[in-house]
Design a protein around this ligand. Structure first.
Ligand SMILES: [Zn+2]
Length: 370
């Protein structure tokens, strides 16, 4: 298969005129190619987008207890140009998490759309004080053995931790050998945050949300993230969780290699306004999604819309594109196989109209799915 005559954003994230030759699942050559192919004149080819924090969409949720939910998510995500993702669990009892991990594992390798990169485990090792929309009853202290048991069912790519919790520091030192460790749903101060990063945590879950912010007299967890060059930060860019001005300032401070756009979406994404479920709790969707008490509960957006949001807020194009492709790939350690358009990587491609607004085609591991 050859993709011809398009403008391609290759590994330097600059526009290049080149053909893309695909051999099976892999990009085998860039540059002028002989032979027949599909003409994509006037189109842009971007690396497929990667959502590493998504609970649900399309009426399905990673932890709704249905065997086909992750498959439903996979299909819908492909229509939005997302080519791989981390189904994300909530704060729930271990036996139920085991069931949900099992369903994700069963789906892996059989996806009809975006493929599964492994689980993002958001909870249950979080703080009561900053639980957000997570269920307080199921919060437990960091438990490395539990992580190992669940990881044996379906690989964990990211695990969340409140670094002030009992045993958190020991947990970080061991868990970092299994997956990326992220600070999340935490009441930790700057000093405790810095200690977590020193011990090997290198990621922050939905920056600003469910953590102490940067203020004049206490830099907080947000300050600790900004002050640590090796830490990447997830950012929800629906324009509601973080206002556009704060987004613009934050992208500027973190620079183009540390910003990771996530959806944090729930099953109501892609669905009409109404009542939905999230981790056993009722959620009301109406432009955003909230619990009955008004707490923001995940989002109803997707990476493609967020990419356009941040461009409209004035984030530079290169940073916006890296934040939905190579940066999430690096954050979960899959940048050797995806995240850029490069020879030897999977042909995970999003082809758009000239103004980037319309999705013209999506290729996942070399197969055209849209
Ligand atoms: Zn979440």
């Amino acid at each position: 298969m050859i993709i011809k005559n398009a403008t391609v954003y290759t590994s330097d994230f600059e526009a290049t005129k080149t053909d893309i030759t695909i051999d099976g699942e892999i990009i085998s050559a860039l540059g002028k190619a002989d032979g027949d192919g599909e003409d994509f004149s006037g189109c842009n080819v971007l690396p497929g987008f990667i959502d590493i924090h998504i609970h649900g969409c399309n009426m399905a949720d990673t932890t709704d207890g249905n065997a086909d939910s992750v498959a439903k998510m996979s299909k819908w995500l492909a229509t939005k140009g997302i080519t791989s993702f981390c189904p994300t669990t909530m704060t729930l009892p271990e036996d139920f998490l085991e069931e949900c991990f099992g369903y994700a594992a069963d789906t892996m390798g059989k996806e009809e759309g975006a493929y599964i990169q492994g689980i993002n485990m958001e909870g249950p090792f979080i703080s009561h004080a900053k639980k957000g929309a997570q269920a307080a009853a199921h919060i437990v202290s960091p438990d490395y053995d539990m992580l190992c048991r669940l990881n044996a069912i379906c690989p964990v790519r990211l695990v969340d931790i409140a670094p002030e919790a009992d045993g958190a520091f020991e947990f970080i030192e061991k868990a970092k050998n299994i997956c990326t460790v992220s600070v999340a749903h935490t009441a930790a101060d700057y000093k405790t945050g810095m200690k977590a990063f020193e011990l090997g945590a290198k990621h922050a879950t939905h920056l600003y949300n469910a953590m102490n912010c940067l203020t004049s007299r206490e830099a907080g967890m947000v300050g600790a993230v900004m002050d640590s060059d090796n830490v990447m930060a997830e950012i929800i860019c629906d324009g509601i969780h973080i206002c556009p001005a704060t987004l613009r300032i934050t992208f500027g401070i973190l620079g183009e290699d540390r910003t990771v756009v996530i959806s944090d979406s729930l099953m109501a994404a892609g669905m009409p306004d109404g009542e939905y479920m999230l981790g056993g709790q009722k959620v009301y969707k109406k432009t955003d999604a909230r619990l009955a008490d008004g707490t923001l509960a995940g989002s109803v957006t997707n990476l493609f819309d967020e990419f356009h949001n941040i461009l409209s807020y004035g984030i530079p194009f290169r940073q916006a594109l890296k934040s939905v492709t190579i940066n999430p790939a690096k954050a979960i350690g899959v940048d050797k196989t995806t995240g850029t358009i490069e020879v030897g990587k999977y042909a995970d491609l999003l082809i758009t109209s000239e103004d980037f607004k319309e999705i013209k085609a999506v290729f996942i591991k070399g197969k055209r799915v849209v």
